[in-house]
Design a protein around this ligand. Structure first.
Ligand SMILES: Cc1cc2nc3c(=O)[nH]c(=O)nc-3n(C[C@H](O)[C@H](O)[C@H](O)COP(=O)(O)OP(=O)(O)OC[C@H]3O[C@@H](n4cnc5c(N)ncnc54)[C@H](O)[C@@H]3O)c2cc1C
Ligand code: SF4
Length: 450
């Protein structure tokens, strides 16, 4: 690896193209047919398999692995996609270490699970390589459904509705569909523009009209959708971000991690993407880890993630935390930001340091200890959680999300919701897919009963 350019400030091109390409290469490269066969042979094909119970989309994992072992990857793909139409993306991004692979009996017995995620990728890649999907539309029902948000929840909902013969219009505010598959997930988890390839493949079922650049709350209103369509599904995600509420938050170099990640995912050439020499990331979730790791891979000299509670309270899995530390990111716990210190406005008003206060658990919850320390920082990323932004009025909310029942029904008649914007999930791609799919089944039932 070549030595990074250590210029102070936020600069592009800290590493050469080859080093960048190596750093951002596929995190879990595809298995060869031989490797897949060896991996599949480790499966016990358990009855009442715990891996299936742990999967939010309830994929019959033992069955699809058996199909791979039998040399039928396309049959395996069908088993996966029947439950999870974004099985290709989920194979790349699911935290399998806390879901199916965590409970795999091989994990319990030997500390090494069957590689379910990579086997799922093997099967779904085989299906994608055919250029076809194994589904076609049922006879047209004449019913029209508006889906708002073309992230995993909206895409899964739209596809299932199209399968049932309904006509779907899929609206999204951004210029590309995919939601966080396109603008959020770490670049090394989804290489080669996989998100868009998967969407093209998914939409090829037909019956889904994609309307991009259409924001609900802008030109588009829920009332209009309710009157123009037979049903509405909202898969808006969490578009807002929490503020740091620390002095100096407005200094140059301080920004939302999610925006940096979106820029990175859309960059044509990573060598043109500026990054700080000393980067500080504030937060403890997947966004913090992804901002930290990717800053390091862009050539930042030091990257420190600072989280206000202990390691076990971080929402990023242990595996994700270890990925970060293995890439040279330092994670510090039990500290909260007090202020960002920067140059004077006449000298550019740019961040230079962040002051933190140590924290501890007191009788009333988390409290500062009064003891402080500082970290050098020319770039500061805020990754302290996303919030629901722009939900239409009139919808009942709970805990800051759109309140839904077990079928995804909101408090408004003929309006469903799912994914990160709705209650009942856990802010994972696979859960968003499950909620979108299940809401589509509920919508279908509502449109066809009686
Ligand atoms: C940085 C980051 C990394 C992550 N990494 C992982 C990971 O590795 N594995 C994992 O399982 N999960 C990960 N997640 C979580 C995962 O991406 C989300 O749980 C998932 O994308 C939620 O899907 P969704 O469809 O509900 O919302 P989103 O993916 O957010 O999609 C919502 C869509 O709605 C659109 N929209 C929003 N408001 C409007 C409006 N008013 N009008 C029209 N359209 C609108 C948006 O443009 C967007 O396309 C990560 C999240 C982040 C932020
Ligand atoms: S728990 Fe492990 S061994 Fe059992 S079916 Fe699932 S993947 Fe196979």
């Amino acid at each position: 690896m070549t030595k990074a350019d250590l210029s102070p400030g936020i600069v592009a091109g800290r590493l050469d193209g080859d080093t960048l390409a190596a750093g951002f290469a596929d995190l879990h490269p595809a298995l060869t047919a031989h490797e897949a066969s060896v991996a599949a042979d480790r499966c016990y094909f358990c009855h009442d398999a715990p891996c299936t119970t742990a999967c939010p989309t309830t994929i019959d994992i033992a069955l699809f692995i058996r199909e791979i072992a039998a040399g039928s990857p396309l049959a395996a793909a069908r088993t996966i996609l029947d439950q999870n139409i974004l099985g290709g993306m989920c194979a790349r991004v699911c935290p399998t270490e806390t879901l199916c692979e965590e409970v795999c009996v091989r994990q319990a017995a030997e500390g090494k699970p069957v590689e379910i995620g990579r086997l799922q990728r093997f099967a779904t890649d085989a299906q994608m390589a055919t250029g076809r999907q194994p589904y076609s539309r049922a006879a047209a029902t004449g019913k029209r459904v508006a889906v708002v948000g073309a992230g995993p929840a909206g895409l899964a909902c739209a596809h299932r509705l199209a399968m049932h013969g309904h006509e779907v219009t899929l609206h999204d505010a951004r210029i590309k569909p995919g939601g966080l598959n396109e603008y959020g997930i770490a670049a090394y988890k989804t290489v080669d523009d996989f998100a868009q390839a998967e969407i093209d493949w998914l939409l090829s079922i037909g019956g889904i009209r994609l309307e991009i650049g259409q924001r609900l709350g802008g030109g588009l209103t829920l009332a209009a959708l309710q009157s123009d369509f037979d049903a509405v599904f909202l898969g808006l995600g969490l578009g807002g971000v929490n503020a740091l509420r620390a002095e100096g938050e407005d200094l140059g170099g301080v920004r939302d991690a999610i925006d940096f990640i979106a820029d990175l995912r859309q960059a044509e050439d990573l060598a043109n993407l500026p990054v700080g020499r000393n980067v500080v990331v504030i937060g403890g979730g997947m966004t913090a880890i992804d901002a930290g790791v990717q800053s390091k891979l862009l050539g930042a000299e030091t990257v420190t993630i600072v989280y206000r509670r202990g390691r076990e309270a971080m929402s990023a899995s242990t595996w994700e935390q270890e990925l970060a530390t293995a890439r040279g990111v330092t994670i510090r716990h039990w500290a909260q930001p007090v202020r960002v210190i920067g140059t004077s406005l006449e000298n550019g008003g740019a961040a230079r340091e962040v002051e933190f206060e140590y924290t501890r658990t007191g009788s009333d919850g988390l409290e500062g200890t009064g003891e402080t320390f500082r970290l050098a920082a020319d770039q500061v990323f805020k990754a302290i959680g996303q919030t629901l932004d722009g939900a239409p009025g009139g919808l009942a909310l709970e805990g800051g999300k759109i309140k839904v029942d077990g079928q995804g029904r909101t408090s408004l008649a003929q309006v469903w919701a799912g994914g990160d914007c709705a209650t009942g999930g856990d802010d994972l791609t696979v859960t968003a897919v499950a909620q979108g799919r299940d809401a589509a089944e509920s919508i279908h039932q509502s449109l066809t009963e009686g």
